[in-house]
Design a protein around this ligand. Sequence first.
Ligand code: ADP
Length: 553
Amino acid sequence: MAGTRREMALVALLDDITAVAAATDDLEEACRAALSAVCEVTGWPLGHLGVPAADGQAFVSSGVWVGPIERFPLLHQIATAIRFAPGTGIIGQVVATGQPVWSRDLTADALAVRLLGGRDPGVRAAFAFPVIAVDGVAAVLQFFAEQVIARDEPLLRVMGAIGYQLGRVADRRTLRAAVHDSRARLQQIVDASVEAFISTDAAGHITEWNAAATRMFGRSRTQMLGHLVHETIVPERYRRADEAGRARFLATGQSKVLGRRLELTALHADGSEFPIEIVVWASREAEAWAFHAFVHDITERRRAEQALRQAYAAEQATVARLKELDAAKDAFIATISHELRTPLTTLSGYLELLGEGEAEPAQQRMLQAMTRNTARLQNLVEDLLAVSTLAAGELRVNAQAVPVRPALEEAVHATSAQARSSGHHIEVTIDDGVQQVSADHDLLVRAISALLSNAVKYSPIDTPITVHASAQDGQVAIAVTDHGVGITAEELPQVFERFYRTAYAYDNAIQGVGLGLWLVKTIAEAHGGTATATSTPGRGSTFTVCLPVAEAA
Ligand code: ADP
């Protein structure tokens, strides 16, 4: 019967202490209440609280005693003087093991004998148990009785449970400190941020305003806290929308703004407006919504974009103007070449007639010179016409199966007068199996003639020139090779450009305007082919035109 009553009292004790532990955040206060309650229920007269020393290396007396400690001065003196390192005394043993410890008689217990040094503390039995928090033993509750008492397991079990309950108080304290620390860290980050950081409550009252916000808006934290965001930094015309957006989110949980990067206009204290980039998000704090935003001033970026747009527009205008000029020039060339063509044809016709007639040898020479020069003029006019046609995108390729040999011979014939006068011999060789190319006959002859004319112009008198046709990957390669001056490696990549001429051509006043190779390349590419060159200065050059093979009918 007595046993049962005591057990009920112990359970009630545990309940009481659980309630106390839940109600307070003050560990010492909770432990003091537990010491009193345990003494009362168990009849043990003395309770004592051990706590971690300031350096965290040992435990010491907290100075908190319950019961008539003044009757036991020696015990008081020893408990106050000693640092209970783990394993030292009853308290040290509890700390070392994390378990309750019982001593039926301190004067006969190895744990206490050394501390007592043969002196009588006036007490005999003792027990102690730890307050267990998540990060270790937070305190030790210790009890003394004047008589020898055997170890009481049920009592110790309840004490162990009480130790765990008190541990929750310590945990709450640790948690609060951690929350406090992390809040402080967050505040530091927000304060040091180069971005403006602003928080508001649900209605839009400003609750946070960092140093960057002060710099950006020209308004101090104290000026802004508590003021409505839409009445201060939002320009007048956007205020209704800003307020309505918040209200819509609170009512429906929907927002077009939250979590997105937006570009908006903000109002500075001096009344000026400036562009900002802003990200807003919402959080729920103590049952109420709060809004937070990082704000970035993008005035500079906008300025750079504007400058870029202006530069682009200016460039477009220049390009358009250049195109206009180019078109005007092409039209001019076309008109002039057409106008020149007719009188030149008349001239060459009459010269031909005169050449057939009787003439003095001196006159004959003059007539020949006139014929040569008229032919040159006609060539130039034809090149110019081709340029204006191509520039207008009017090159019409009438591709047919063209037999290779006759076409090459026609090209040789076209340059024969020029070759003859400089003593060049042109040899045509065609590999077996090469028969027809798919090409516009006139353009093909023209391209090869241009290459032959160059070969004559840029190689010394009497050196051989060859035209060689071969099969190459489904194409016919027509290569014109001379043993002339050649082209330097730096100049070679540019010779196909319109109006490009090498230093050699300029320095030696070789006739030409730099259109021949450009025409060759344009003609080759219009057929889906290529024009390429290799050259060794002082040794000669090879220009190759590749055109598609025409399947034999
Ligand atoms: P051009 O009217 O000047 O001959 P082209 O377009 O036919 O114009 O040739 C461009 C330049 O390439 C020439 O000025 C010349 O310097 C160089 N060139 C062309 N063919 C040869 C060649 N067979 N040997 C050396 N240089 C050449």
